[in-house]
Design a protein around this ligand. Structure first.
Ligand SMILES: C[S@@+](CC[C@H](N)C(=O)[O-])C[C@H]1O[C@@H](n2cnc3c(N)ncnc32)[C@H](O)[C@@H]1O
Ligand code: SF4
Length: 359
């Protein structure tokens, strides 16, 4: 039954300090590291049946804070197919040359680095605990250790970030030449510092859309824009792990707040640290209806440059009418058997995708 679960996410819920915009499940509780890893292992042992996997993803929080022995211990829990992708999210704060070398030696082969901005004033305003110099040092260590495949995360629409500053961010990113770039528009999420203390001087929706358009133009010259938020040098550097989410493949998520998708059932683990330590194997599943399944397929599939297969959905007259409407408005296009969002459509994708969820 588990032969088709090829993708595994491990959530590492530790951060030294919470960034002002961040609603991810993380706490400054690094003194619980060993206890948490024991519990994570208990959850893995309970569900994972030793089938070889294709991708392993350490997400967070800040997995790069973990002791190297604990990361190695977790990697060793799994059997892998040939050429697996093993990603670890890294924050540039306090990263040493040795840490980077050790990560490479234990089998991590892809790093996702949280850069956000190259401007020290902006980094400070969003509550990051590292400087521009820390970012450059970390990238230098990654290159020297032979981490050919690393990705950087950037956010647009940050406080005091004007168009010129965003252009400079993109130019710096291009100079650093990572194999992959992920771009996110700032979202003010409930429960964050910014939610309670709204930052002044942030871009409105129109300016955010303009920043995104600018990024698409600049990055598309040397990167493949394979998903809304993701750019890669070529298909060898597409995030295989994230593609599994967008293509609705089965995956296990282990750890606090992690979610999984197995044979049309979804689950999300508790966000409560104490409850997780008490019973790390507890899962409540939600079975998706046929209609939810199709909505998800369209919602996620349209994020991809490849688009979705028209024939599969044209029998549903509501969906067909919506596709036709968006094609006539220039927001979608049909190429051979595929329906895709056009560049104009990508800029208003939130509205379009929501329309399919409510079909
Ligand atoms: C789990 S974090 C990545 C790794 C690491 N924790 C770090 O921040 O360096 C995932 C990414 O989501 C993005 N992100 C998180 N919250 C966001 C928000 N409210 N608005 C926009 N982007 C956000 C950031 O680019 C962040 O790097
Ligand atoms: S953005 Fe990353 S480093 Fe900052 S609080 Fe969130 S998970 Fe932690």
């Amino acid at each position: 039954m588990q032969d088709n679960i090829n993708f595994i996410y491990l959530h590492i819920p530790f951060c030294l300090k919470k960034c002002n915009y961040c609603a991810f499940c993380s706490y400054p509780l690094l003194n619980y590291e060993n206890i948490y890893i024991d519990k994570l292992e208990e959850e893995i042992n309970h569900f994972y049946q030793n089938n070889p996997i294709e991708t392993l993803y350490f997400g967070g929080g800040t997995p790069s804070l973990l002791n190297i022995k604990n990361i190695e211990r977790l990697i060793n829990k799994f059997n892998f197919k040939k050429n697996p992708e093993i990603t670890l999210e890294m924050n540039p704060f306090n990263i040493s040359k040795e840490k980077v070398k050790n990560l490479k030696n234990i089998g991590i082969n892809r790093i996702s680095l949280g850069v956000q901005s190259f401007n020290d004033d902006i980094l400070k305003a969003i509550g990051r605990n590292h400087s521009k110099k820390d970012i450059f040092n970390t990238i230098d260590y990654l290159n020297k250790a032979g981490f050919e495949n690393f990705s950087i995360d950037l956010i647009y629409g940050l406080p005091n970030q004007d168009i010129n500053n965003w252009k400079n961010t993109l130019n710096t990113a291009l100079l650093l030449n990572p194999k992959h770039i992920s771009l996110y528009g700032l979202k003010i999420e409930k429960g964050t510092y910014f939610y309670k203390n709204p930052p002044k001087n942030i871009a409105d929706n129109d300016i955010q859309a303009f920043m995104y358009e600018l990024a698409m133009e600049k990055l598309s010259e040397s990167y493949s824009h394979y998903e809304f938020a993701a750019f890669a040098k070529d298909e060898n550097y597409f995030s295989r792990h994230n593609l599994c989410y967008w293509k609705r493949k089965n995956y296990f998520g282990f750890g606090l707040s992690a979610s999984g998708f197995i044979e049309n059932k979804r689950y999300t683990n508790t966000f409560n640290f104490k409850k997780y330590l008490e019973k790390p194997t507890k899962k409540d599943y939600t079975i998706l209806s046929k209609c939810q399944e199709i909505e998800e397929e369209i919602f996620l599939g349209l994020r991809l440059a490849d688009g979705i297969e028209f024939e599969k959905y044209e029998k549903n007259k509501d969906f067909k009418a919506k596709f036709e409407k968006y094609i006539s408005l220039g927001f979608m296009e049909k190429i051979e058997n595929k329906i895709k969002l056009t560049k104009k459509g990508i800029l208003v994708s939130n509205e379009i995708l929501c329309d399919f969820i409510e079909a």
